[in-house]
Design a protein around this ligand. Structure first.
Ligand code: SF4
Ligand code: SF4
Length: 441
């Protein structure tokens, strides 16, 4: 140590400079090295990590994965099968970000790692190719997605899906088993282009529609329009919008995700709205990060994005005239509580519904195992993670379970049904809609 530095109790900067030079970043993760240095190895994230909780393996923990990323970024190990596997075993739930006292941007690290894994061809099996095809050619194309959902609806109504589960090849069987019950077609009708505000107007909102939501949760969209209008918002539904690209980014396809984000930035800029309301937590989290993909105008777009519960809580909910009887457990979608830092808003709104008692369960902020396409690619881990969640909900046995993300709603419905829970699993906005006198309870 040099004299001055030693006297001040800090390392000599010339030595630090030499050390940094010796381990200069290299290879496909070089750009992540500085971000990995934020991890101080404290381990506070380990107890909240679902894959660590299930396996007990350091390499399946946030700290272990970051260690592998850093070693790869510094060229000490090649980008290989272990990191590829661990980056995809991770649910990208970002619970570790909330737990981390050091501000590690884990979501950014894991998505960049997955993109590098994809570029290196380390995950190039049939399942990966099918996933990529489905995400690019079906999920991002509304007409094709609608046609597929229609087919699924017919298969479920006629019992063909049960036959497929017996005779189809394993991969198709697994998709059919994981498929949610498709709602009637009338819930999938087009939304109105404009809904006027009730009473004094508080602003103009653009509703983000997404890809899966209109097909499987059309009733949630309809409820969202009604509740926003009841609260004084004029709501527009821009025709030119599309899929947000979150699933593509999670799967290691950031270029395609960027293209999709650009289309939405343009669509909402043309709509002239004060806020963009999102009722799907996964989409909202990715839209709020548009600045990462599209610096400058992506930042302006991101600043106007609000989860619908967050927006209503921010402006002040108009008191519902009606009531909803029973108890409700709110379960935090990871990409709302960890990805967007929104924890209290949905609870505040639910607490304002006359007749409804908000009761806590033990494990509201841990992942339910949905995580985009994770249930298809990692069925065993997804089921284990879901089982913990359902155990925690079963201990309370509420009348309602509320969660604001389509993947979570599907996963929790499947888990609640399998466990014989009596609770109805709904979006918080549906409970508000019931209280305003929307559709039947
Ligand atoms: S994102 Fe979730 S699953 Fe992945 S390392 Fe963090 S806590 Fe674990
Ligand atoms: S909590 Fe943060 S700093 Fe601590 S080990 Fe986990 S990622 Fe690293």
């Amino acid at each position: 140590m040099g004299g001055d530095a030693a006297a001040a109790g800090r390392p000599d900067s010339s030595w630090v400079g030499l050390l940094v030079e010796e381990i200069a970043p290299a290879g496909p993760l070089a750009h992540l090295r500085d971000a990995t240095l934020d991890c101080v190895h404290c381990g506070l994230c380990l107890p909240v990590c679902p894959t660590y909780r299930e396996t007990g393996r350091e390499t399946s923990s946030p700290r272990g994965r970051i260690h592998l990323m850093r070693a790869t970024a510094e060229g000490r190990i090649p980008l290989g099968a272990l990191l590829a596997e661990e980056a995809h075993l991770c649910l990208d739930c970002r619970a570790c970000e909330t737990a981390c006292p050091s501000g590690v941007r884990y979501g950014y690290l894991v998505e960049e790692t997955r993109a590098a894994v994809a570029r290196a061809g380390l995950r190039d099996g049939t399942a990966t190719r099918v996933e990529r095809f489905a995400l690019r050619q079906i999920v991002a194309r509304p007409r094709r997605l609608r046609a597929l959902v229609d087919l699924l609806w017919v298969a479920q109504r006629t019992g063909l899906d049960r036959l497929a589960r017996i005779f189809a090849p394993r991969a198709l069987r697994e998709v059919m088993e994981a498929a949610p019950l498709v709602p009637p077609r009338w819930t999938r009708r087009r939304l109105p282009a404009l809904v006027p505000a009730h009473g004094e107007k508080r602003g103009r909102v653009g509703l983000f529609v997404g890809c899966v939501m209109p097909e499987l949760f059309g009733d949630v969209h309809a409820a969202t329009l009604r509740v926003l209008a009841r609260n004084g918002f004029e709501v527009t539904v821009p025709e030119a919008q599309g899929c947000c690209g979150a699933l593509h980014a999670h799967a290691g396809d950031p270029d395609f995700a960027r293209e999709l984000a650009r289309r939405n930035v343009d669509a909402f800029a043309a709509a002239g709205v004060d806020w963009i309301a999102v009722n799907s937590a996964g989409c909202g989290a990715s839209m709020r990060e548009a600045g990462l993909w599209l610096p400058g105008f992506g930042d302006r777009f991101a600043a106007s994005v609000r989860d619908v519960c967050e927006l209503l809580d921010e402006v002040g909910l108009r008191a519902p005239e009606g009531s909803v009887e029973g108890t409700v457990c709110y379960d935090d979608p990871c990409h709302l509580v960890h990805g967007q830092g929104v924890r209290e808003a949905p609870r505040n709104l639910l607490a304002k519904i006359p007749g409804l008692a908000l009761v806590a369960h033990d494990d509201p902020t841990s992942c339910c195992g949905a995580a985009g396409t994770y249930g298809l690619t990692h069925r065993e881990m997804a089921s284990a993670v879901l089982a913990r969640k359902i155990d925690s909900l079963a201990a309370v046995d509420p009348d309602w379970i509320a969660s604001g993300n389509p993947g979570c709603l599907m996963q929790l419905r499947a888990g609640a049904r399998a466990a014989g829970l009596r609770a109805r699993v709904v979006h918080p906005i549906e409970l508000l809609d019931f209280a305003y006198g929307g559709t039947a309870t």
